[in-house]
Design a protein around this ligand. Sequence first.
Ligand code: UDP
Ligand code: MG
Length: 318
Amino acid sequence: MKKKLISVVVPIFNEEMGIKKFLDKELFPVLERLPYQTEIVLVDDGSWDGTLEKIRAMNTKIPMRIVVFSKNFGKEIALTAGIFYAKGDAIVMIDADGQHPAEAIPRLVEKWENGAEVVTALRGQNTTRHRLGSRIYYRLLRMMGMRNFVPGELDFRLIDRAVADEFNKFTEHNRLTRGLINWLGFKQEYIKVETKGRIGGRPTYGFKKLMALAGDSMVSMSRTPLIIFGYIGIFITVVSVIFGLFILIQQYILGDPLGLDWSGAVAMSVFVSFLVGLVLISQAITALYIAQIHIETKNRPLFVVDKKRSVGVDGDER
Ligand code: UDP
Ligand code: MG
């Protein structure tokens, strides 16, 4: 019987400091000992340092494909491309910076052999600087209604072929791989791992980027902010129409029986707030159109592969 194939997907962006050490000292040895067929899918996410030269020069018996993006598309899209090109019966994704312990891959595979279809590594008990940040991040996601996130989940996980085939059908641009995989369901299992420090270079997902990610999720999840401004506009318009009519009738038609003696400036400011109300309403309507268009235009390709610089990539882009 042919041995099952395990694919390992590695998203890589400007990792020239540590990539060689990660592959040579951590990933290759683990995969060489694994009693399976293995392949590696490296996704170079538009690195502009010496990363690509370094990985092209790597030497290993394990079949290795290199998907080179035409520019930086972000880690989530890099993972997406890696999963798309991976051919394995199971697909493992792991960071290139050495923070995810490659030596835990056999444990992921073991859970899979015992029937799990998604095996996720959870951050163990060690105190890293990341922990507070990631707690805030998960709290934010939960507040925004994204409840299928388990705290401490890493992007270090294994998915079965069946899960990958379904994952490949997602077309949205604004995506979090773990959110989508959790959404798919299937039989989930977890293992605990201890994360490590980066081998070299600097992390690119700082606090700012995490906040932007959270903001993106919010905008793509809800149109509530736009609608609130629309309601404010309607309120202002209605109030100024009533007020304007009151001034018109009381002062100009009936000749000021209440003796208020309001100046033209009052009439003017009521008119101006009427206009502001109209502007807010029309903006909200425009925003609703844009939201629709935004949904419709999501079938742009998710990523662009630079085929000339890639290695072993023949599939179509999506
Ligand atoms: N990465 C990527 N594209 C990006 C940013 C990061 O492919 O635009 C890769 C990076 O090379 C690493 C992984 O994603 O393999 C995690 O990145 P990082 O260590 O910067 O994030 P963190 O560890 O803070 O989650
Ligand atoms: Mg990292």
